[in-house]
Design a protein around this ligand. Structure first.
Ligand SMILES: Nc1ncnc2c1ncn2[C@@H]1O[C@H](COP(=O)(O)OP(=O)(O)O)[C@@H](O)[C@H]1O
Ligand SMILES: [Mg+2]
Length: 239
C-alpha cells in the first residue's frame, strides 16, 4: 500500500444532463502531499472537488480513497473516513459566534471528550480564533471568516482536506496568512488538494499540480515543472 496514492481519481467523466463538464480526468494525491489544481473560470475545478465528495453526477470513472471506492460512500460518511472539505466562507453561520461555527465541524460525530482536544489543536493553529471566539462570525473580515471555515473543517481531524479557491477575494496580506496556514496544516501530516486560478499561488506551495482546461487535464507535474512549463509561461504568465 505504501506507493498507492491516498486519493486516486481515474478517468472521471461528469455530465450535467447532456452537458459534459469533466472529460477523462485523472489525478492523485499522495499521503501528506499538497496538490494544486490550476484552471480558468469554468474549467471544472470545483466540479472535480464536488465529484470527489459525491456532489456531482459521475457518469464513469473511479474515485478511490485509500483503495476504497468513494463513489459508493455517502457524502456525510466521508468525514469518518478522514476527508473534509472547506466550505465557502459564505456558508458560515453569520449570526453565530466564531467558536460556535468552529464547533459545528465536530457535530458529525457526537460531541465527546475528543471535542475539547480537537478544539485546542485547532485553536493552536489559529490563535486569533481563540482570541475572537465570542465574536459574531458575520462581522469578521473575509480573511478571518476564511480561517473560521478552515478551522471548522479541521475539527473533523481529516487526513485529506479539500479546499475550493481558498484565496478567492482576499487581500495579498491575508493570502500570505492563509498560505502559511495551509503549510502548517500540511506539516501536521494532512494532505491537501486545492483549486486556484493564479499560477504563483497554485505552485508556490504545492508539491504537485494539474492544469485543467475545458474539463480536461492538459498538464501535470511538480510545482517547479508547472511554473516553468511553456504553456503556463505563455498563457498564464504572459511570457
Ligand atoms: N450544477 C450544474 N449544472 C450545470 N452545469 C454546471 C453545474 N455546475 C457547474 N456547471 C458547469 O460546469 C462547468 C465547470 O464549472 P466549475 O467546476 O464550477 O468550474 P470552475 O470551478 O473551474 O470555475 C461550467 O461551465 C459550469 O457552468
Ligand atoms: Mg470553482
Amino acid at each position: 500500500m505504501a506507493d498507492t496514492p491516498m486519493l486516486q481519481v481515474d478517468n472521471l467523466n461528469v455530465l450535467y444532463g447532456d452537458y459534459q463538464v469533466l472529460w477523462d480526468v485523472s489525478m492523485s494525491v499522495g499521503q501528506k502531499e499538497v496538490v494544486a489544481v490550476l484552471g480558468p473560470n469554468g474549467s471544472g475545478k470545483s466540479t472535480v472537488l464536488k465529484a470527489i465528495m459525491g456532489l456531482a453526477p459521475i457518469r464513469s470513472g473511479k474515485v478511490l480513497f485509500e483503495g476504497r471506492d468513494l463513489t459508493k460512500v455517502p457524502t456525510h460518511e466521508m468525514v469518518s473516513l478522514g476527508i473534509s472539505m472547506v466550505l465557502e466562507r459564505r456558508r458560515l453561520f453569520g449570526d453565530m459566534t466564531v467558536r460556535e461555527n468552529v464547533l459545528l465541524g465536530a457535530y458529525h460525530r457526537s460531541v465527546n471528550k475528543d471535542t475539547r482536544s480537537r478544539l485546542e489543536w485547532v485553536e493552536s493553529l489559529f490563535p486569533i480564533l481563540a482570541e475572537r471566539r465570542d465574536q459574531i462570525a458575520g462581522k469578521m473580515s473575509g480573511g478571518e471568516q476564511q480561517m473560521v471555515a478552515i478551522a471548522r473543517s479541521l475539527m473533523a481531524r481529516p487526513r485529506l482536506l479539500l479546499m475550493d479557491e481558498p484565496y478567492l477575494g482576499l487581500s495579498p496580506r491575508i493570502v500570505k496568512q492563509i498560505a502559511e496556514i495551509i503549510r502548517r496544516i500540511n506539516q501536521e501530516g494532512i494532505a491537501v488538494i486545492f483549486n486556484e486560478q493564479n499560477v504563483q499561488l497554485s505552485f508556490g506551495l504545492s508539491h504537485r499540480g494539474y492544469l485543467l482546461e475545458g474539463g480536461r487535464v492538459v498538464l501535470a507535474g511538480t510545482g517547479e515543472e508547472m511554473i516553468h512549463s511553456d504553456v503556463i509561461r505563455r498563457v498564464y504568465l504572459g511570457a
